[in-house]
Design a protein around this ligand. Sequence first.
Ligand code: IPE
Ligand code: IPE
Ligand code: MG
Length: 250
Amino acid sequence: MILEANMNNNLIYDIDLSKIPKHIAIIMDGNGRWAKSRFLPRAAGHKAGVETIREIVKEASRLGIKHLTLYAFSTENWKRPKPEVDTLMKLLSMYLQNEVNELHKNNVKLTAIGITKELPSICIEKLNYAEELTKNNAGINLNLALNYGGRADIKNAFIDILKDYKSGKIDINDIDEGIIKNYLSTKSIPDPELVIRTSGEQRLSNFLLWEVAYSEFYYTDIHWPDFNKEELQKALFVYQNRDRRFGGLK
Ligand code: IPE
Ligand code: IPE
Ligand code: MG
């Protein structure tokens, strides 16, 4: 149901603010198609996508979401033509540079998952700075998935588990699902209750493979640069009206 107006909370959808998911993960897709439909270069779509990030972080924070993971660059995105990869890295570096003070002022804690050591050094430096500056902030955790791949993350967890097994730090009998989670790059955040993908594709593209076991999925045809706070509210409204069973009966 769309509300006529809810002046108190600025909500256009009838969302229960006491039942907001702790963690929302978003596959920000469709920058290229957004640009193409406007006869613009793909880079213009990526640039417009950064604006959407600003709006969504603000709205997610306002709605009380604790963790917001944004899929910004996958381990497979290196396959794109070098000029596009360079543009994406430049935009990441600019985003970190331009936003870090504002994020800090708004009590946002910035973190990253993925093989960040393979990013260009300028991005690594800015990322380290932003993470260090904001590490004690108690507001929303903006978690950027950068050079992230679910399979790579699980593979790295395997390696670390085997190392700790070899050194005697863990025993085979210790290994349970909770221990495995502790070796993933998402160890300090809960699994996402809701995964949103923009731009019509209905696939995971190697995002959070372990963590999405019982996530709700929300797909929209809207391209990421056109996604906005109302669309986020709509996704939350749909989510809140789902019947989550976790394999049981309800
Ligand atoms: C999402 O938009 C941004 C990244 C994957 C980095 P795309 O660049 O994938 O846009 P489409 O899917 O080609 O429209
Ligand atoms: C997924 O989008 C990765 C990000 C949004 C960063 P892609 O555009 O790379 O995914 P595919 O290639 O359509 O599966
Ligand atoms: Mg895409």
